[in-house]
Design a protein around this ligand. Structure first.
Ligand code: BV8
Ligand code: ZN
Length: 246
């Protein structure tokens, strides 16, 4: 426990009914073994995520894109939530006001860690969506067999994630923006802050008078507007920030 990482402001907000928003990125799951997008481990067969996570890539080669998602599903299936995920759930249990986790991660690890009020703004690796009937189904079985997988209606299934160049689900996006504009404290953990529109959230919170706390291994574009910047692994810093040990 590194007391210098404790945030009195966060603890005070949690205890006094202040609204708290957590904005999570791939760095939250790094210590669980899930590769980040832009880190050294973010490549697959020398492809960059931005090359594969697009509607165009899927239209051109649905099997290649599904092979990437199957690789990720197989990898994430072996990953457990880490202390960073547990700290988020523990904070949610302690807050006396509103709490919302906005996660860009599609690995589903916050669900496993027991966080209740969350928005998976970029979707979920464990869900498929039918291009024919639109059905969304959670599929934890892997591998899925024949690629691309088919729906019972005969339609082709895609991963139920938001690709680059695709709009985020309107209701999810507006609830995340609203929460950012009303919160007392926003904790931004493990994100490079480069993917929009979600990267707007810390600025929205700040402009609305919110207090922004960043947790990352390194400084990011968010660091300049943050009221507190805690450099270190989320699995160590977040428990300290909240004042819990796991
Ligand atoms: C949209 C789901 C309107 C898929 C993801 C040009 C053409 C088209 C679009 C654009 C364009 N220019 C800009 C855009 C908009 C684009 C965008 O922002 N692009 C960026 C790359 C410039 N955004 C979109 O397209 C969005 N939609 O804008 O719609 C529109 C419509 C048409 C045309 C234009 C606009 C949709 C974005 C959603 C994309 N989908 N994921 C999948 O996962 O397969 S995004 C993907 O990146 C993940 O969700 C990921 O979470 C997210 C953000 O990345 P990070 O989480 O920040 O991860 P990263 O690896 O970058 O960083 C990790 C951080 O953790 C680092 O800072 C590192 O230091 C830190 N870290 C590492 N280890 C630790 C740690 N910190 C703490 N502890 C540790 N242990
Ligand atoms: Zn269907």
């Amino acid at each position: 426990m590194d007391a210098s990482n404790r945030s009195d402001r966060l603890v005070a907000a949690a205890e006094s009914g202040g609204g708290i928003v957590i904005l999570a990125g791939a760095g939250m799951s790094a210590e669980s073994g899930v590769p980040t997008f832009r880190g050294a481990d973010g490549l697959w067969r020398n492809f960059r995520a931005e090359d594969l996570a697009t509607p165009g890539a899927f239209a051109r080669d649905p099997v290649l894109v599904w092979e990437w998602y199957e690789w990720r599903r197989g990898l994430v299936a072996e990953c457990e939530p880490n202390a960073a995920h547990s700290a988020v759930t523990e904070l949610e249990n302690r807050v006396t006001g509103s709490f919302l986790l906005v996660t860009q991660n599609v690995d589903g690890l916050h669900r496993v860690a027991g966080t209740r009020n969350y928005r998976e703004v970029h979707g979920c690796l464990w869900e498929t969506r039918c291009l024919g009937c639109g059905d969304v189904v959670e599929r934890r079985d892997h591998p899925l067999g024949e690629l691309p997988p088919k729906c019972t209606c005969g339609g082709t299934l895609r991963p139920n994630v938001v690709w680059f160049g695709e709009n985020l689900p309107e209701a999810t996006l507006s609830s995340a923006f609203a929460a950012a504009g009303e919160c007392d404290v926003m904790v931004v953990a493990g994100t490079s802050g480069v993917v929009y529109p979600i990267a707007h959230l810390p600025r929205i919170a700040k402009d609305a008078g919110g207090y922004v706390i960043e947790v990352n291994l390194e400084r990011t574009p968010i660091s300049t507007l943050a009221d507190e910047v805690h450099l270190g692994p989320a699995g160590e810093v977040l428990p300290d920030l909240v004042g819990v040990t796991f």
